[in-house]
Design a protein around this ligand. Structure first.
Ligand SMILES: C[S@@+](CC[C@H](N)C(=O)[O-])C[C@H]1O[C@@H](n2cnc3c(N)ncnc32)[C@H](O)[C@@H]1O
Length: 226
């Protein structure tokens, strides 16, 4: 057994082991395309420093880098990061992305960012999501934005009669961040429906929980500037 595959003291596979095994199932897990809500929300922003938490195979980070952002991209899975690094090389943006491996429940990258993005930071193994998203908010520079996107419902092609499944609502995500209204402005807190293809290639929908907040620039006299 290599250290990478050692179980955690609880006997459950560690977060890193779980996600490396998940990525190891196929050569590519995600589509390679940037997430739609990120594209919608970041296309109009001036490029600056961006942080992608739970970057997976790196499509969002690569898209941001291609638009001039200096990106720090973090994931717990070394395998996903290796794929992301290779994809960034192929896209010619490797020099604009700092790939960092963290279990975000234990460590968080340093720095402050004009855009912090958490796209589908979900996990079937232990994930202190509220603490991680709070750290993500703390990493937003004054005048910058935090974008949190997650699943807000089952895909349209899945049986919805599953009483045990609870999706965190956008309102619950926002409330869990306990943001000071004197310091933050809510730009979006809503469920959005997205058109996708189901596994058979037919038209289908997915519901996203979208939270977008902006950290205000607080001037020395205490007034806010967006
Ligand atoms: C559902 S995937 C989403 C990946 C990517 N954001 C996307 O939208 O394609 C969740 C990602 O979070 C990462 N992840 C899960 N728990 C983590 C943790 N504790 N620290 C860092 N990354 C984690 C996983 O490795 C995985 O890449």
């Amino acid at each position: 057994m290599t250290p990478e595959h050692a179980p955690s003291p609880s006997g459950h596979p560690s977060t890193e082991t779980f996600w490396n095994e998940h990525y190891g199932q196929r050569e590519q897990i995600w589509s390679g395309q940037p997430n739609a809500v990120l594209v919608d929300e970041a296309s109009g922003l001036a490029a600056g420093r961006a942080l992608d938490v739970g970057c997976g195979e790196g499509a969002d980070a690569i898209w941001l880098a291609g638009r001039g952002w200096q990106v720090t991209a973090v994931d717990v899975s070394g395998l996903a990061l290796d794929r992301a690094r290779a994809a960034a090389e192929a896209a010619g943006v490797a020099g604009s992305i700092d790939w960092q491996q963290h279990d975000l429940g234990s460590s968080f990258p340093a720095g402050e960012f004009e855009l912090v993005s958490a796209q589908f930071l979900h996990s079937p193994v232990e994930l202190p999501r509220v603490e991680i998203l709070s750290a993500a908010a703390a990493a937003v520079a004054p005048g910058g934005r935090l974008l949190v996107v997650g699943h807000s419902g089952l895909p349209s092609w899945v049986d919805h009669d599953q009483p045990d499944v609870h999706f965190v609502t956008p309102g619950e995500v926002l409330a869990s961040l306990s943001l000071d209204p004197a310091e933050w402005r809510t730009l979006s807190c809503e469920a959005r429906t997205r058109a996708v293809r189901d596994p058979h290639g037919d038209h289908a929908t997915l519901d996203d929980a979208v939270v977008l907040v902006e950290r205000l620039v607080v001037t020395p006299d205490g007034s806010d500037r967006a």
